[in-house]
Design a protein around this ligand. Structure first.
Ligand code: PBG
Length: 321
């Protein structure tokens, strides 16, 4: 029987779903059919910030629980940290490049952008790290899918944008990046570049089949980064960055929290073994909180869920990613 893979309609969602569909077919010989799920977010004209990242994930999860689809592929960084009853992340495929990239006019790098250049990004994590460089850059929130973002640089409206390399790569547009940002300057969002392949927990044959796509080192890295995120969310509302690197069975996890203006940052790291991935993240969060993370961000209301970047969460009807 055909497997039904539920996907959002954006170009990025479809590209990464098709990638996983092909991998499932290669690993199991089974045919996979993409089923487009129209989410309330796709239908609504309301700003995504108000709807929240969750609406897109929820619609796919509802379809899973209603057995309208058999599995779904999510950008892992867009998943809330709370687990869901009856569903399981059956595979965490090998991660793509987790870094952010700059796409700037005239092939410029960050260091070559003149003071007062305008960089489009709505993610507080990115804004804070850009401001922390002290280059005099200005930032402006930006909406729309990847293609429309890139066009705003091409048209000269913006000097540059910052986005996840993985998204650009999956759309076949890697060549437009003018600089891959070193995590020393721009630590990525927890789980950036990783995908989560989710199905019903009691769908034993499918859980088993999808496990062929699992990449244990990526699973451990994501567990560490999301352990950090989960524990920090409980204790502070500052923008959060985290990146785990794996070497054999060792984890090296870096984490950071920022004040919105980028004037204050706390950066710490921890090492441990992959068996303790989640715990390493939680311990690093405790270290960051002890160092004052909870006092960094105090602007009313805190940070909305997700990473604040709306391109994978854009509400423009029919928008192609
Ligand atoms: N919240 C936006 C989002 N969610 C997932 C990706 C693509 C990269 C990934 O899979 O991490 C993006 C785009 C971006 O941050 O530039």
């Amino acid at each position: 029987m055909k497997l039904r893979l539920g996907t959002r309609g954006s170009a990025l969602a479809k590209a990464q779903s098709q990638m996983i569909a092909d991998a499932v077919t290669a690993a199991t010989g089974r045919t996979v059919e993409l089923v487009e799920i129209v989410t309330p977010g796709d239908r609504s004209a309301a700003p995504v910030q108000r709807l929240g990242v969750g609406v897109f994930v929820s619609a796919l999860r509802d379809a899973l629980q209603a057995k309208e689809i058999d599995f779904a592929v999510h950008s892992y960084k867009d998943l809330p940290t709370a687990p869901v009853d009856d569903l399981i992340i059956a595979a965490v495929p090998e991660r793509a490049d987790p870094r952010d990239v700059l796409v700037a006019r005239d092939g410029l790098t960050l260091a070559e952008l003149p003071p007062s250049s305008v960089v489009g990004t709505g993610a507080l994590r990115r804004i804070a790290q850009l401001q922390a460089l002290g280059l005099g850059l200005r930032t402006t929130p930006i909406r729309g899918n990847v293609d429309s973002r890139l066009r705003r640089v091409a048209s000269g409206e913006l000097d540059a944008i910052v986005l996840a390399k993985a998204g650009l790569d999956r759309l076949g547009r890697s060549a437009e990046a003018t600089e891959a940002l070193d995590p020393m300057l721009m630590l990525p969002a927890p789980a950036q570049g990783a995908l989560a392949v989710e199905c019903r927990a009691d769908d034993n044959d499918l859980v088993e089949a999808l496990s062929a796509l699992d990449h244990p080192a990526t699973r451990a890295a994501v567990a560490a980064e999301r352990g950090l995120l989960a524990q920090l969310e409980a204790g502070c509302s500052a923008p959060i960055a985290g990146l785990a690197e794996i070497s054999e069975d060792e984890i090296y996890l870096r984490g950071a929290v920022f004040s919105e203006d980028g004037r204050h940052a706390i950066r710490l790291s921890r090492t441990g073994t992959i068996a303790d991935a989640d715990q390493i993240g939680r311990l690093l969060a405790a270290d960051l909180l002890a160092a004052g993370a909870d006092r960094l961000f105090s602007v009313g209301g805190g940070v909305p869920s997700g990473d604040g970047e709306t391109d994978e969460n854009d509400a423009v009807p029919g928008s192609a990613q």
